[in-house]
Design a protein around this ligand. Structure first.
Ligand code: URA
Length: 233
C-alpha cells in the first residue's frame, strides 16, 4: 500500500484526479530526503501542538532551503586561510528575495532566513474567496532592484494553485532574474493549474498528495496550515 503522503496507484502522481494532463513534469521537484519526509509525517498528525507544528515548519523550511538554493550562483573571492591565500566560492545572499504569500508562507520564512540571512523579503497578501476559491490581492510589497534578484516564493500549500498563480503573475511584473516556488504539500490539481500558467517556474515540494476535497483542502494533507501555525482554530 502507498505511504499516506503519496498519491494512490489509481490516481498516480503523474496524472491527478480529473484530467489526463500530467502534473509531474521536469519542473516539479519532490524533496525525498528522509529528514524532510520524517518531519512532514510529524506535521501531518492532527494531535500536534501549535508550538510543535511551528518548530517543525521551521526545521523543514531550513532543509527545503538547502535544496531550493542548490544551483544558486556563486562567485570566487580571495580569502586567507591560516596557511595561505586562496580563491573560494560565496553566494550573494542579498540577491535572493523570499516572497511570502501571507499568511501561512510566513511559517516558512524564519527557517529560510536562517540559511540565507542576507536575503531580502517581499510579501504578497491574498485571500481565498470562500465561495469561488479565487485569490484576491490585498497587499504587495517587494524590495527594489528586482531585476537583479532571484525570487523564491513561499506558499506551504499548493492546493487549487489560484493564490500561487496570482502571486507569481504579480511578481513577474517586477521582472526578477528568476522565480521558483517552494511548498510543503501540493495537490495534482494545483500543480497542473500552476504550470498551465507558469510553466517556466519550478516547484519544490515535500510531497504531492492525492487530490483536493470539495472545500479546496489537500487530502490527506495536514489541514489549514495557517490555523495550525498560528493556533487560530
Ligand atoms: N490551504 C491550507 O492551509 N490547507 C489546504 O489543505 C489547502 C489550502
Amino acid at each position: 500500500m502507498a505511504a499516506p503522503h503519496e498519491p494512490r496507484a489509481d490516481d498516480p502522481v503523474g496524472h491527478g484526479a480529473h484530467t489526463g494532463a500530467p502534473c509531474m513534469t521536469a519542473a516539479v521537484h519532490v524533496l525525498t530526503h528522509p529528514l524532510v519526509q520524517h518531519k512532514l509525517t510529524l506535521l501531518r498528525r492532527k494531535d500536534l501542538s501549535t508550538s510543535s507544528f511551528r518548530r517543525l515548519m521551521h526545521e523543514i523550511s531550513m532543509l527545503m532551503a538547502y535544496e531550493v538554493t542548490r544551483d544558486m550562483p556563486t562567485q570566487l573571492i580571495e580569502i586567507e586561510t591560516p596557511l595561505e591565500t586562496m580563491r573560494s566560492p560565496v553566494i550573494d545572499g542579498k540577491k535572493t528575495v523570499f516572497v511570502v504569500i501571507m499568511r501561512a508562507g510566513s511559517g516558512f520564512l524564519d527557517g529560510m532566513l536562517e540559511v540565507v540571512p542576507g536575503a531580502r523579503v517581499g510579501h504578497v497578501g491574498l485571500y481565498r474567496d470562500p465561495r469561488t476559491l479565487v485569490a484576491v490581492e490585498y497587499y504587495f510589497k517587494m524590495p527594489h532592484g528586482m531585476p537583479e534578484r532571484d525570487a523564491i516564493v513561499l506558499d506551504p500549500m499548493l492546493a487549487t494553485g489560484n493564490s500561487a498563480v496570482a502571486a507569481v503573475e504579480r511578481l513577474k511584473a517586477t521582472r526578477p532574474r528568476s522565480i521558483r516556488l517552494v511548498c510543503l504539500l501540493a495537490a495534482p490539481e494545483g500543480l497542473r493549474h500552476f504550470h498551465a500558467h507558469h510553466p517556466d517556474v519550478p516547484v519544490y515540494t515535500a510531497a504531492v498528495d492525492r487530490q483536493l476535497d470539495e472545500h479546496g483542502y489537500i487530502v490527506p494533507g495536514l489541514g489549514d496550515a495557517g490555523d495550525r501555525l498560528f493556533g487560530t482554530k
